[in-house]
Design a protein around this ligand. Structure first.
Ligand SMILES: Cc1cc2nc3c(=O)[nH]c(=O)nc-3n(C[C@H](O)[C@H](O)[C@H](O)COP(=O)(O)OP(=O)(O)OC[C@H]3O[C@@H](n4cnc5c(N)ncnc54)[C@H](O)[C@@H]3O)c2cc1C
Length: 475
């Protein structure tokens, strides 16, 4: 059976629907204005320097202060806190630390029980931290629906249901009729509704709230302070920005898909761009036409998958499908716009919900994902243990970044915990090959994944070989 998506190119109407959209993350665009923190200027000292003010860096900063309020902690952020992936994502909060239970099972079968338990603990702790810190990030324990668009995918849903229940989740298989009663698309032939370990959040408000909480805890934050290099010193590490130098005893790198400050990191990370559209708020008749009163986060099942959800003011956020890797792995604002992907995303939304014909998009943007070959956060240390890093969430880091920031700090401080003993924490992923081979391998893999979607999900020789090697490509 061919792909469920139209073979015909997107029409003028599909393109017109987003032509006037603001080229900025909806989450960041709708935050109340806030003044930036001053850039680092001149020479400073600190106990701990955290490079990167996304979720990983901000959670680590809060954890450092909770452990020792007297510790002098400085966050250096290249632009604004939350302006990276943390302020641009879909806002799906998933308990899994391993990019899903299936991926976890294939990579860490012996410790998946433990990883799932730690993931759920982290998920619940995140929710209680938001309450404790007074962060209103529109956290909704809405659960998620994985929808099947083709009859052959029902077997995949049954397998997934068995798997998530085995790890203690509450999950229910719905037939086509019950699925459409939840979210009304004529494309749906069934779904899996998982009610536990899955929530939605306003990621911009989350980042903003963490930034404010860090300041409240005594963390110093310097924005517009891109770090250019790190040097080992007798007592720690010297961190250079354009305008200053910070001498710190220790540094934690939370730089995600951005150009790595250590060569070692670059071997493991391929920045992959994901693109997102957000619609105008749905009017009452459109709301009636699509139901969606349970407000679940939704994703479909292909290798090239979409993720979509409602915002608090009943817009649809619609993202994914294409995952764009460019030669050399550049990251920057010039890549936030990608016309061919927006056209496809628009076409696919109206294919999924034909009853929303005439709806317009108000926001369009892209963001870089820190893809690694095992699709889950990895850690390491450098410069004689003075520096540690935590990155590689591969598109599933909204919740896992809380875990990543804390474990990264434990490793940096030499503190043992249940997590620091895990193989998942101790072992790094298989590296990607260097360019130009890297681009060749990634493009071939993307091409074969798309072909598998068109070919009843059958994985050809290339994908099966990668599976055997434990190498992968995802977003
Ligand atoms: C479009 C998109 C959709 C996604 N959807 C989801 C989702 O629905 N659910 C989910 O779980 N995950 C999702 N993710 C992934 C999730 O957003 C990330 O895993 C998570 O935000 C990672 O947080 P982080 O702090 O590690 O990285 P980031 O938020 O990218 O933060 C890194 C920060 O480091 C700064 N920085 C980098 N280099 C330097 C330097 N040299 N000096 C100073 N600062 C520097 C950057 O400016 C940036 O602010 C998505 C990602 C994208 C891009």
């Amino acid at each position: 059976m061919p792909s469920p998506w139209p073979a015909a190119p997107p029409t003028q109407a599909h393109r017109a629907a987003y032509a006037d959209a603001t080229r900025k993350s909806f989450w960041l665009d709708t935050l109340p204005g806030r003044d930036p923190h001053a850039p680092l200027d001149g020479a400073l000292d600190a106990d701990l320097c955290i490079v990167g003010g996304g979720f990983t860096g901000l959670w680590a900063a809060l954890y450092a202060k909770a452990l020792d309020p007297a510790r002098d902690v400085v966050v250096l952020e290249a632009t604004r806190c939350g302006a990276g992936a943390s302020g641009r994502n879909g806002g799906f909060v998933q308990a899994s630390l391993t990019h899903g239970i299936g991926n976890g099972l294939s990579r860490f079968p012996d410790e998946l029980d433990q990883l799932e338990r730690l993931g759920l603990e982290n998920f619940h702790a995140l929710a209680s931290d938001l309450r404790r810190l007074g962060i209103d990030a529109e956290f909704e324990a809405a659960g998620d629906l994985i929808v099947a668009l083709e009859p052959r995918e029902i077997a995949d849903l049954e397998e997934e249901a068995e798997l998530v229940r085995r790890f203690g989740h509450e999950a229910e298989l719905l037939d086509a009729e019950r699925t459409r009663a939840e979210v009304n698309s004529p494309m749906y032939v069934g779904s899996l509704w998982t009610r536990t370990g899955s929530a939605l959040v306003h990621p911009g408000k989350l980042a903003d709230g963490l930034r404010a909480s860090a300041i409240h805890a005594g963390v110093r934050i310097h924005e517009y302070s891109p770090v250019r290099g790190l040097d080992k010193t007798a007592t720690g590490v010297s961190v250079r920005t354009e305008g200053g130098v910070l001498d710190a005893r220790r540094a934690l790198l939370a730089t995600s898909a951005y150009p790595p400050l250590l060569r070692a990191i670059g071997r493991y990370i391929a920045p992959v761009y994901d693109y997102v559209l957000v619609t105008e708020p749905l009017d009452a008749s459109m709301c009636d036409a699509i139901a969606w009163t349970g407000r679940q986060g939704v994703s479909d099942l292909g290798n090239q998958f979409h993720y979509y959800r409602l915002t608090a003011d009943r817009r649809i956020l619609w993202g994914g499908y294409d995952a764009v890797y460019r030669y050399g792995g550049p990251v920057g604002p010039q890549l936030d716009d990608h016309e061919p992907t927006f056209a496809k995303l628009s076409q696919h939304l109206f294919t999924t919900f034909p009853q929303l014909d005439g709806l317009r998009f108000t926001h369009r943007w892209g963001g870089a994902i820190d893809t690694c070959s095992r699709f889950s956060v990895f850690f390491g240390t450098a410069l004689g243990g003075r520096v540690a890093y935590a990155l590689g969430y591969t598109g599933l880091g909204v919740a896992a970044s809380r875990f990543g920031g804390r474990v990264g700090l434990d490793l940096l401080d030499g503190r043992s915990s249940e997590a620091t003993a895990l193989t998942m924490v101790r072992r790094r992923p298989l590296p990607f090959p260097p360019e130009p081979l890297r681009t060749g391998v990634i493009q071939l893999t993307r091409n074969r994944l798309a072909a598998a979607d068109r070919n009843d999900g059958r994985r050809g020789l290339w994908l099966r070989t990668l599976d055997r090697l434990g190498l992968g490509f995802d977003s």
